[in-house]
Design a protein around this ligand. Sequence first.
Ligand SMILES: Nc1ncnc2c1ncn2[C@@H]1O[C@H](COP(=O)(O)OP(=O)(O)OP(=O)(O)O)[C@@H](O)[C@H]1O
Length: 460
Amino acid sequence: MEKDADGFYTPAPAGAAPATEPAAEEKPAVPSANSDLITSTFEVSVTLADQQADPNSPLFSAKTFEELGLHQDLLKGIYDMGFSKPSKIQERALPLLLANPPSNMIGQSQSGTGKTAAFVLTMLSRVDFSINKPQALCLAPSRELARQIMSVVVAMGKFTNVQTEYAIKDNLPRNATTVTAQIIVGTPGTMADLIRRKVLDLSEVKVFVLDEADNMLDQDGLGDQTLRVKNMLPKNRRVQVILFSATFPDHVRAFASKFAPSANEIKLQKEELSVDSIRQFYMDCRNEEHKYDILVQLYSLLTVGQSIIFCQHRHTADRISARMSAEGHKVASLHGAKDASERDAIIDNFREGREKVLITTNVIARGIDILQVNMVVNYDLPLMNERDKNADERPDVETYIHRIGRTGRFGRKGISINFVHDKRTWMQMEMIEKTLGRQIIRIETNDLDEMEEKMKKALK
Ligand SMILES: Nc1ncnc2c1ncn2[C@@H]1O[C@H](COP(=O)(O)OP(=O)(O)OP(=O)(O)O)[C@@H](O)[C@H]1O
């Protein structure tokens, strides 16, 4: 980070985006947004890599997008998306992310608080649009999330000349030669493959982003493939490594610090991991069959807005959706065994509201941002042994946080309902409740009116 003449640290824009304040008449119009959505109730703790720097200095937070010295084309893009001022994580992270020389970042903030814009703006700010080579790589755990991130890159970069390309399965033809796009977003396996085949030339890469970084680095998950990509980055130039997630369990955090050395860190306290605006409920079902009956009874409530039902296995998602469809309910199912084009069509239909109920697995537990989703059902609770075969049946609290975070986006209200059906599942839920320090409220299964009443109240 650079100090100015007075010895203060000055966040500066980078790359081809000069620090010019747009002339008054050129300033993009600031839309009137509901500022309540931006007021955040949680405090983040910032640990700066430079021990001399004061994290409470106003210089480390930006109350407006103008203060960041972003290029006016990017400001136009931001306002065009309806953003009027930075969210808390953007306010804290962006000055650090955009400072020169670039520093690494390990950023944590709750689900739905605007992490994507923070790293997308950084990528767009650092790209030199006159160079037709990849300059920013972004990895995400699913094709659905990669596609969503790309839509933010394209929207924010709408008034720039940015060129983008996907590194997701079945996107580029097998015989593709060289990619000239500047920002590449994808999943780690395909990204590694394209680099190995020299379709992606990394000689100009400046920024490397991992969204859902704890998942991307987890040795039981995508860690190996992510590391392969990292090891193929050029050794002769400094690449800014940016890691973001709502969760960073201790065992991953240690590795994250090695992966992004000397990073500035923005952390959440344990009790702040899930957002207040998501009301958490549970229903005590008698057995597996009763879970299905309750889900069907919930259907009219599920379709008030949009809902996501999470199951442990692909076959459960398919089975429930086939059964509900046969009984005349309109539901869709999505999981990793479906082929790429089918997955794209299903999520697009859901995103555009053509489907109201999506039955799925952990494949879309993370990152997916669909504002109309006001209910998440954990038909099966997430368990540790789904990601690590050697683990026991402890609940997977991180995945739980991400799953319920598909609702209650950016200050909106949402509810989650866990189905428990025996002592074991009840205890798993109790462990989640204890870990998060938030009460999960019981709803009677035999009283649909009470259920409706509670839900209406929670969503009011
Ligand atoms: N400054 C802003 N003003 C208004 N809306 C914003 C702002 N920043 C982000 N949003 C909106 O907030 C929603 C959530 O943002 P985003 O998807 O980046 O959350 P996230 O923190 O990445 O969540 P997750 O941890 O679930 O991935 C999006 O719909 C986004 O458009």
